[in-house]
Design a protein around this ligand. Structure first.
Ligand code: HAM
Length: 419
């Protein structure tokens, strides 16, 4: 027996209501802020991700699904969505459109991680990107959009953490100071941090090991080493967040796991859980479009993992609206009834009524059981006698009331009574 590959899951019919609920809220909130949908390919040239996500990151170093296709092209299943949207922005000349260009997406994302609750090898993201504007009011708007999205789902007790990691001008000096600090702590660092010290010093700040966390807490803070422009930008963002009444905390240890970020980085987490349960995150990436061959173009975005949202909806016992069931089940007893049922089913569907016509030869009891489990509003019972008389018995599944209705009138009666 085959099983779904480790770290992947089937999204079964009974889970679909969560997915439709989230997608509908996501599309709704995107419309509220003027974002248009974009869909990009599931795979891209590997270089796009090594270039943007960054060579020294866990994603590029350990987690990408990379392979050569039959044409000898090096291909990677997308490990995130931002790089593809930027590639599309450049490829389709979107810098000629009024800026910022705002796009949202739903995408399956592939990362070879150690699977656990809320951490999969194939997960799904809702993300948005606003490309072509550097003003901190846009940062506040993107965060506001993320916040509105989560609260519109009914999620409670979320916290927003924020940081600024500076720009090309001020970050090198900050990294130098940070490295100087960490070199002094070298004997205390975990093996992962020791190897990261040279290649990706910033990432030491978000090591999850308790001993490293203490060291990170006392480390120099990026927000204290910003150039005047970055400092003004960060202050502007905080001012606008206050204006929007969005509660936040600045956390100097928040650096995120992708190299393209500049200035603003943020994450949204359930208050009762640790870092691994982050439900959404994002930030500014003012150099990425240029690094991918475009002209200097500031941008910001965020993404959220749909599986993690569902975990939190369930944890907080938030009920989602059920998906609509078919309205009618057509139970048939006997061959003449079956022929009439097949005809009637086609007629009802033609009139826009959702119908499941019983198949196979089963007792009325078994057919009613199936009707019940489908959650239909009405069961239409057709026996050979009824067919001869040109009638059918209609059973209201909620009240168990039954009525005899003329076949000629059935479509109209069901349509009127249906939801
Ligand atoms: P990220 O933080 O790597 O950011 O991923 C975004 C969200 O995807 C996370 O907050 C989490 O909810 C979910 N997620 C990540 N990895 C997994 C996993 N293995 N299993 C389940 N869920 C997961 C990005 O990907 C950036 N592209 C976000 C962004 C957009 N920044 C700017 N624009």
């Amino acid at each position: 027996m085959y099983q779904a590959p480790r770290g992947t899951v089937d999204i079964l019919p009974e889970e679909q209501a969560y997915w439709r609920y989230i997608e509908q809220k996501a599309a709704g909130v995107s419309r509220l802020y003027g974002y248009q949908r974009i869909d990009t390919p599931t795979f891209e040239d590997t270089g796009l991700f090594t270039r943007s996500v960054g060579q020294g990151t866990d994603i590029v170093e350990k987690e990408m699904y990379t392979f050569k296709d039959k044409g000898d092209n090096l291909i990677t299943l997308r490990p995130e969505g931002t790089a593809s949207v930027c590639r599309a922005y450049l490829e389709h000349g979107m810098s000629n459109l009024p800026q910022p260009v705002k796009m949202f997406y739903f995408a399956d994302i592939f990362r070879y991680e150690r699977p656990q609750a809320g951490r999969l090898r194939q997960h799904h993201q809702f993300g948005c990107e606003a490309i072509g504007e550097g003003d901190p009011s846009l940062d506040a708007e993107v965060i506001d959009m993320a916040w509105r999205f989560f609260t519109s789902l009914g999620l409670q007790n979320l916290s927003l953490v924020l940081n600024s990691i500076g720009c090309k001008q001020c970050r090198p000096e900050y990294i130098r100071i940070l490295k100087e600090y960490y070199v002094k702590q070298a004997p205390e660092l975990c093996p992962d941090c020791s190897t990261r010290l040279e290649r990706n010093t910033l990432r030491l700040l978000d090591c999850k090991k308790p001993s490293c966390q203490k060291i990170a807490d006392a480390a120099p803070r990026s927000a204290d080493h910003l150039c005047p422009d970055c400092a003004a930008h960060f202050a502007g963002l905080q001012k606008y967040l206050h204006l929007l009444a969005i509660p936040f905390a600045v956390n100097h240890r928040l650096v995120r796991g992708l190299d393209y970020y500049t200035r603003t980085v943020f994450e949204i987490q359930p208050q009762d859980a640790g870092g691994q349960s982050t439900i959404g995150g994002g930030g500014r990436y003012d150099n990425l479009i240029e690094e991918l061959g475009g002209k200097p173009t500031p941008a910001i975005g965020f993404a959220t993992g749909i599986e993690r949202i569902i975990l939190n909806l369930k944890k907080q016992s938030i009920a989602v609206p059920p998906l609509p069931a078919p309205q009618v089940y057509l139970a048939c007893l006997g061959e003449a009834a079956r022929e009439a049922g097949i005809r009637l089913g086609a007629e009802l569907r033609g009139a826009g009524t959702g119908v499941v016509v019983a198949t196979g030869i089963r007792s009325l009891k078994a057919q009613l059981r199936q009707a019940n489990s489908l959650g239909v509003r009405f069961t239409v019972i057709l026996g050979d006698e009824e067919v001869k008389a040109g009638t059918a018995t209609v059973r209201d599944m909620a009240t168990s009331e039954q009525q005899t209705i003329k076949l000629a009138e059935l479509a109209g009666v069901l349509k009127k009574a249906a939801w």
